[in-house]
Design a binder for this molecule. Structure first.
Ligand SMILES: *Cc1c(COP(=O)(O)O)cnc(C)c1O
Length: 463
């Protein structure tokens, strides 16, 4: 009998109009360049990478509509038309009245931290993000992780592992007093936990708590559209709402947001600071002139702001976000067929390999995730990044390594860039390394920069 179709497939909601050739390399060549670049995938040249899953930050393919928008960039120093288009869309889609453009997300974090934090303050957040926490610390705050415990367990299937634990938050308020907490640094979803979302119910609960104690809520809305998608799929009462409605509802609970436009907005550069607080807005609009550029371009070209404005319109399209998260899901499910240990549930932007389970014979100080990212690169030219002890940095007070519970390799999907065949190649490479895992030796750090060390640290192989 002829084979029958049991399940219908879906495909991405775009077709390819422009292509960028990629170089194929040999294993021998990759061994050489990995050594030369200190076994840090951030230090590889992009042309030596076959499938680049380092990050989804700024690596997106823009649409023809966005490229068309680039041609109508108004490069006036002051009052660019594209700035006003972008501002309109920030109001319309995030639902927040005041807006300051920045060159990327961390620049908005810098301004928010400078404006809201006093030295000696405490900033609670759900897990942490590297640049976010650093700016909070540079402004004089101590960051306190108040994410639910489930987030630290890669195998736990909680549908909203990004949620804040009200008990932990309450404990902090009791210890230090609400006056020392300028705001909650809420991320939705949580990048470092594996792209795990936050539920609307949790946002509302935390808001209630914060209102009682007079604490502000700020949202890292960098991938808020992915969070909105998970709310639609998983949370009761949201199945019939549009992504745009859910995004706006999420943001309605916050005094302000910062966004790295290099993610959800499907552009290559850009950042957003938006707030309902006029005083914060005015201060940010003033400070942006010091650090970024005039408040109508914030370090961006007019054409970049036009691409962002159009990206906002595209990002809330259901089929676009479904195709994006669908690719990640496909990759995760294929790896699970081969019993490769990954963080579950599968997150929105990336697959996170559980390096502690993958390489149980390595101690954390032998950098298992860093090692694994390198082994995958050497096997196939697929580039991922470490999200473990190297990324966690050192405790600023004691100088000791932070020892995160999660020791992960992140394989992140640029939006609209790769096909399912690329995903199959990446799957087979991870499985090939998994089959040889017992032979893999760890690394030692031979150079350590002071800030965000994971970007520039260098390693050598342990004998
Ligand atoms: C990328 C990112 C940032 C920082 O944004 P940049 O544009 O890289 O400066 C902040 N928060 C989250 C969750 C991110 O993923």
């Amino acid at each position: 009998m002829a084979k029958r179709i049991v399940k219908r497939s879906w495909a991405e909601n775009f077709k390819i109009k422009v292509v960028e050739p990629i170089k194929m390399t040999t294993r021998e060549y990759r061994e050489k360049v990995a050594k030369e670049t200190g076994y840090n995938t951030f230090l590889l040249k992009s042309e030596d990478v076959y499938i680049d899953l380092l990050t989804d930050s700024g690596t997106n393919a823009m649409s023809d509509n966005q490229w068309a928008g680039m041609m109508i960039g108004d490069e006036a120093y002051a009052g660019s038309r594209n700035f006003y288009h972008l501002w309109d869309n920030v109001k319309k889609y995030y639902g927040i009245p005041y807006f300051v453009p920045t060159h990327q997300g961390r620049a908005a974090e810098h301004l928010v931290s400078k404006i809201l934090i006093k030295p000696g303050d405490f900033v609670p957040g759900n897990m942490y993000f590297t640049t976010t926490r650093l700016h909070q610390e540079l402004a004089g705050a101590t960051f306190v992780d108040v994410i639910i415990d489930e987030a630290h367990d890669p195998a736990n299937l909680h549908p909203f592992k990004g949620n804040i634990d009200l008990g932990k938050l309450d404990k902090l308020v009791k210890e230090v007093g609400a006056k020392k907490i300028p705001y909650i640094s809420f991320a939705a979803p949580v990048n470092m936990a594996g792209g795990q979302p936050v539920s609307m119910a949790n946002i509302k609960e935390v808001e209630k708590f914060c209102q009682k104690h007079g604490i502000k809520m700020w949202l890292d809305a960098t991938r808020a559209v992915e969070n909105a998608y998970f709310i639609k799929m998983r949370e009761k009462g949201y199945a019939q709402k549009t992504i745009a409605q859910i995004l706006k509802e999420m943001c309605s609970h916050f005094e302000g947001i910062w966004v790295s436009a290099k993610k959800d907005l499907m552009v290559n550069i850009g950042g957003i600071l938006a707030t309902r607080n006029k005083r914060v807005f005015e201060e940010a609009r003033n400070l942006v002139v010091v650090y970024e550029g005039l408040h109508t371009y914030g370090g961006l070209a007019g054409r970049d702001m036009e691409a962002m404005a159009r990206g906002i319109e595209e990002m809330v399209d259901f089929d676009t976000i479904k195709a994006r998260i669908g690719q990640v899901e496909y990759f995760g499910k294929r790896l699970m067929e081969y019993k490769v240990p990954i963080v579950q549930p599968i997150g929105g932007h990336a697959i996170f390999l559980d390096a502690k389970k993958f390489l149980p014979h390595l101690k954390q100080i032998e950098f298992p995730a860093q090692t694994l990212a390198n082994e995958i690169y050497i096997d196939s030219g697929v580039r991922g990044m470490e999200r473990g002890i190297v990324s966690a940095g050192r405790n600023p007070k004691t100088g000791e390594h932070n020892m995160p519970k999660l020791e992960l390799v992140r394989l992140t999907f640029p939006r609209r860039v790769y096909t399912q065949a690329h995903i199959d190649v990446a799957t087979e490479s991870v499985v090939a390394v998994f089959d040889e895992r017992k032979k893999i030796k760890g690394l030692k750090m031979v150079y350590e920069p002071k800030y965000l060390r994971f970007f520039q640290a260098r390693f050598d192989k342990l004998k």
